[in-house]
Design a protein around this ligand. Structure first.
Ligand SMILES: O=C(Nc1cc(S(=O)(=O)[N+](=O)[O-])cc([N+](=O)[O-])c1O)Nc1c(F)c(F)c(F)c(F)c1F
Ligand SMILES: [Zn+2]
Length: 257
């Protein structure tokens, strides 16, 4: 089964998933000086999130990350997504064994300690996540960089329960008033955006990526909670990030000068 160890990690994925060497793979290294400011596409209608606070969340250790399934109908639209409404399906994270690595996107080669992904599907054009997941305009993922600092209160419901999700396949439903909006950085106007893919197998090239410039802070304890999770092979779930893929014929756009 695919994973992040030497024997089944990113360098081996091309065997079972040839698209791993495709034309629009993710993540990428964001070269800030090469990103193009594009006012018309991005400036005209600002990116907007309209999430409804969850009353309960379903946390799943899916063997390669900790995933939080969303039940309410949160919507993302605007910016590179135009008028299409993308519905929040789930969020999960990628992280390292130490603070100096763990994010999937890098900024001028800099890696953050972790990266949070909010996965949305195009509900204006498709009938379900499964229907959208292989379409070129099917998904939109918000990427939020995480750096060690003060605790993120909104993330406590996840980090406080990681200890109970130690084994792969474990899941639990927790009553909470988690508001996904509060997982975003305060500045959601400044971001990079480009056309890419899922960063885990099946690596479908169906994602419009929106990566915020401003990182958010999680405490050392919250990062440690992630590192204590166990993957499907019984190892500590750490370094579950794919290294940057080739940019090929793509341009990265930015909303700030
Ligand atoms: O639902 C999925 N979401 C997802 C995406 C990423 S991602 O890193 O690729 N991403 O886009 O953020 C990371 C994780 N994760 O938990 O780490 C995820 O759970 N992936 C996914 C899948 F698991 C399948 F088996 C499948 F058949 C399919 F079509 C899928 F799209
Ligand atoms: Zn991800």
């Amino acid at each position: 089964h695919w994973g992040y160890m030497t024997t089944n990690g990113p360098s081996t994925w091309g065997k079972d998933f040839p698209i791993a060497n495709g034309e629009r793979q993710s993540p990428i290294d964001i070269v800030t000086t090469a990103a193009e400011y594009d006012s018309d596409v991005l400036g005209s209608n600002a990116l907007s999130t309209n999430y409804t606070p969850e009353s309960e969340v379903k946390l799943v250790n899916n063997g390669h990350s900790i995933m939080c399934q969303i039940t309410k109908k949160g919507v993302l639209t605007g910016g590179p997504l135009g008028k299409d409404e993308y519905r929040l399906e789930q969020f999960h994270l990628h992280w390292g064994a130490e603070d100096n690595r763990g994010s999937e996107h890098t900024v001028d080669g800099k890696m953050y300690a972790s990266e949070l992904h909010l996965v949305h599907w195009n509900a204006s054009k498709y009938s379900s996540f499964a229907d959208a997941v292989q379409k070129p305009d099917g998904l939109a993922v918000l990427g939020i960089f995480i750096t060690p600092g003060v605790a993120c209160n909104q993330f406590k419901v996840i980090s406080d329960n990681c200890g109970k999700l130690k084994t792969s396949g474990a899941e639990m439903t927790v009553d909470t008033t988690l508001d996904p909006t509060l997982l975003l950085p305060s500045n959601t106007s400044d971001y990079w955006t480009y056309l890419g893919s899922l960063t885990t197998p099946p690596l479908f090239e169906s994602v419009t990526w929106i990566v915020f410039k401003e990182p958010v802070e999680y405490s050392k304890e919250q990062l440690l909670a992630l590192r204590n999770l166990v993957d499907s092979d019984g190892n500590h779930m750490q370094d579950n990030y794919r290294p940057p893929a080739a940019l090929k014929q793509r341009k990265v756009k930015k909303t700030f000068t």
